[in-house]
Write a new protein. Structure first.
Length: 129
């Protein structure tokens, strides 16, 4: 997964032991926060949080067979836990919000009510998907 990514910048040298210890603690905290589950998605998300990934999320999602929503969800969680600003631009958030309002007004949105044993999702109109 990482083989074709752009080369990383060299690890910076630290001026003193205090900086080195601070960096060690930050990386340790980050690794603990990421955890072991879904590590690939979390590493991709981390690249977006730190603005190190120039490619669109959709491209990476397709390439690594994950959903864009999964990457976005992890990126948002990491950004929030690190105190970083939101990843989506105000224009993107407003566009999404307008689309959601349009969808609700038209009645096209189906609310998930649960799922059956065969994997079909029941909707509020009683028709399984």
């Amino acid at each position: 997964m990482i083989d074709d990514w752009p080369p990383a910048e060299p690890i910076p040298s630290f001026a003193n032991d205090i900086e080195r210890e601070g960096a060690r603690r930050a990386v340790t905290w980050l690794l603990d926060d990421i955890g072991r589950e879904g590590i690939a998605i979390k590493v991709i998300a981390l690249r977006y949080v730190f603005r190190r990934e120039p490619r669109p999320m959709a491209v990476l999602a397709k390439k690594y067979r994950v959903t864009k929503a999964a990457i976005s969800k992890q990126a948002t969680a990491l950004a929030n836990s690190l105190g970083f600003p939101a990843l989506a631009s105000p224009t993107a958030r407003e566009s999404y919000s307008r689309g959601q309002r349009r969808s609700w007004r038209s009645g096209r949105r189906k609310k998930k009510c649960g799922s059956s044993s065969n994997g079909a999702v029941a909707t509020n109109d009683g028709i399984g998907i």
